[in-house]
Design a protein around this ligand. Structure first.
Ligand code: DHE
Length: 556
């Protein structure tokens, strides 16, 4: 069965290149065999749903390795069960959630017992072919048009339809819907906030000009086949000058011209693991942030466990400081002072702390729980503990708070000051967020297997650091939604939080199904009252939301 997905022509090209390289296309006597059509479908599903956690070469990262020697030993029936139902460790139940049919589940159980094909490479010439300046710099507005408060716009990712909704945060209106890459992952802004940079899972980067009356893409390029991160140069003197894409495949850093996205420099991240010294072809770029202290990006290389401080002053001849940290580096955020970057090393249940002033590893904190997943984490200036940063966990019920002020509060620095349990069992938390103007911290739990726990929002008090309230998803989003052909699906529940520019509201997405329009829930960030439900037929599978002011200034 073919998954009905909007596969871009370029993604399709990447997949067909994978197939052309495939060692198993004709079948191996010890491995299950598939028809050409099945193989094409399975390769696509693997890319869409599995590669992010298990790796293109299936050596594992956030999810375990799926190399054939292991999967063959598990057998088709056990694999089908796992893929359909998920695991308490955070793997989604792809069948249970309605994303994969029984037939697709069976197909994937066979596919992952086969030898992974080598994925395609990408040269500067390939990148240039995909580069388009859609609106030249001199044809763009000279000042903001449209009379709206653009610094309170939200870019909302409509994941499965490959679009971005630009929503006016004051008026709660969609200002425009902009096409993006496949299963778009994150947005970041330029330092001035004017441009929103978008990265799709298919590695397509695009930039939206928010000064336009109806914001639209002004440039696009596809520097990779698979990517998760993008950021811009934010240091004084380099504002809005450069952009950088972190590629999962080919594992690399690609530096782009900020205003046009012209590709300027490619640096491979394939390297040696920091601890065992093994060569790792699939050394993927996870999170990237722009340093506030130097013309540098903090680039986290997942599989090797190294943090690279990438100096972009001389674009053609960059200097890179490699800091040994831990595996597998994933997402993270700044501390309150924006000097220290805290990044999850999710295979080792640790948080690595990088000091961007002294340019070295400041600490390694064991969180004591399975798979820290901070998003950007949360910052609080706590009465008792001083400045602290918090993270949730995918695989355990633990929100952990860590002291981040070695000068003012040395007794708490890089130590866990508090671990908070959410009500009910199991982890499944993906994001937590707060704002200096809110009394609360908000946590989601969309990958907990229990339906009730999955669909609640957890509100923690900033003083006690305890859960003081749970907000259930409004009734209208529960129940089964008909998507045609006799098929019904459930919406997954709230995912990811973002505040408006003054911090008085917190927004969360009802993560749904691409056939079903869903909504954004807007709560008062202090009274916790549901103020608005932004509904629109175009709001399909909303996930991450990025407010211009908070993204420009790294407020969380
Ligand atoms: Fe994400 C951030 C990787 C699945 C929504 N995600 C990140 C970052 C990385 C990453 C490396 C940090 C980027 C940065 O700061 O520069 N995410 C991955 C994966 O590899 C993974 C586990 C599997 C995959 O196949 O992609 C994955 N992520 C998801 C989802 O399933 C989510 C919930 C919905 C979706 O888009 O598919 C999701 N990830 C997000 C969001 C952020 C993010 C909203 C940014 C958080 C923020 O507040 O900044």
């Amino acid at each position: 069965m073919v998954m009905k997905k909007p596969v871009s022509k370029l993604l399709a090209l990447g997949i067909s290149m994978v197939l052309a390289n495939s060692a198993f296309a004709k079948g191996d006597s010890k491995e299950p065999t598939l028809t050409d059509k099945e193989l094409k479908d399975a390769t696509q599903i693997y890319f869409d749903r599995c590669a992010g956690c298990h790796g293109m070469l299936r050596k594992g990262a956030l999810g375990p390795s799926l190399e054939p020697k292991k999967t063959k030993a598990m057998g088709t029936a056990a694999l089908e069960h796992l893929i359909f139902n998920g695991t308490p460790g955070g793997m989604p139940g792809w069948g249970k959630s309605g994303e994969l049919t029984k037939e697709q589940t069976a197909l994937m159980a066979k596919y992952i017992q086969m030898t992974p094909p080598p994925p395609p490479e990408k040269s500067m010439a390939d990148m240039k072919k995909s580069w388009k300046v859609l609106v030249p710099v001199d044809k763009r507005p000279k000042k903001p048009e449209g009379g709206r408060n653009w610094k309170n716009y939200f870019g909302v990712i409509l994941r499965d339809v490959g679009q971005i909704a630009i929503v006016d945060g004051d008026k709660k209106e969609i200002v425009s819907i902009v096409p993006s890459g496949f299963a778009t992952h994150i947005l970041r802004t330029s330092k001035s906030g004017r441009y929103m940079y978008v990265i799709g899972r298919d590695g397509k980067a695009s930039m939206i000009d928010l000064w336009m009356k109806k914001p639209q893409n002004v440039a696009e390029i596809r520097p990779c086949n698979d990517a998760r991160s993008i950021d811009t140069s934010k240091f004084k003197g380099y504002e809005d000058k450069l952009a950088v894409v972190g590629c999962y495949w080919p594992p690399s850093i690609v530096v782009l011209d900020g205003p046009t996205l012209e590709p300027l420099k490619i640096v491979s991240t394939a390297s040696y693991t920091y601890d065992t010294g093994e060569f790792t072809r699939e050394a993927r770029v996870a999170s990237i942030v722009a340093s506030h202290h130097a013309p540098e990006w903090v680039i986290n290389v997942k599989e090797t466990g190294q943090v690279w401080l990438y100096n972009y002053e001389d674009v053609k001849n960059p200097t890179i400081s490699m800091i040994d940290a831990e595996r597998y580096l994933h997402d993270g955020g700044w501390d309150l002072s924006k000097r220290y970057f805290l990044v999850a090393a999710n295979a080792r249940n640790k948080v690595a702390v990088v000091d961007t002033v002294e340019r070295k590893l400041a600490a390694m904190v064991e969180t004591g729980a399975n798979k820290p997943h901070p998003g950007r984490g949360v910052n609080i200036d706590h009465k008792k503990y001083g400045p602290i940063w918090g993270t949730g966990h995918i695989g355990a019920n633990a929100i952990v708070f860590i002291g981040t002020d070695p000068k003012g509060h040395p007794e708490n620095a890089w130590k866990i000051v508090k671990t908070t349990k959410l009500p009910g069992n199991g982890g499944g938390n993906l994001f937590i967020k707060s704002h200096p103007n809110s009394k609360y911290i908000f946590a989601d739990r969309p990958v907990n297997p229990d339906r009730k726990l999955q669909t609640q929002i957890y509100v923690l008090d900033k003083d006690s650091l305890e859960v003081v309230k749970t907000l259930p998803m409004p009734k209208e989003f529960h129940g089964d939604f008909d998507i045609g052909g006799g098929k019904k699906v459930k919406l997954r529940g709230p995912v990811h939080f973002e505040f408006n520019a003054d911090g008085s509201e917190v927004w969360t997405s009802v993560w749904g199904h691409k056939e079903v329009p869903s909504a954004i829930l807007v709560y008062d960030s202090n009274t916790l009252k549901l103020k608005n439900v932004i509904k629109d037929d175009r709001l399909k599978t909303p996930t991450g939301k990025f407010n211009v002011t908070n993204t420009m200034d790294d407020i969380y």
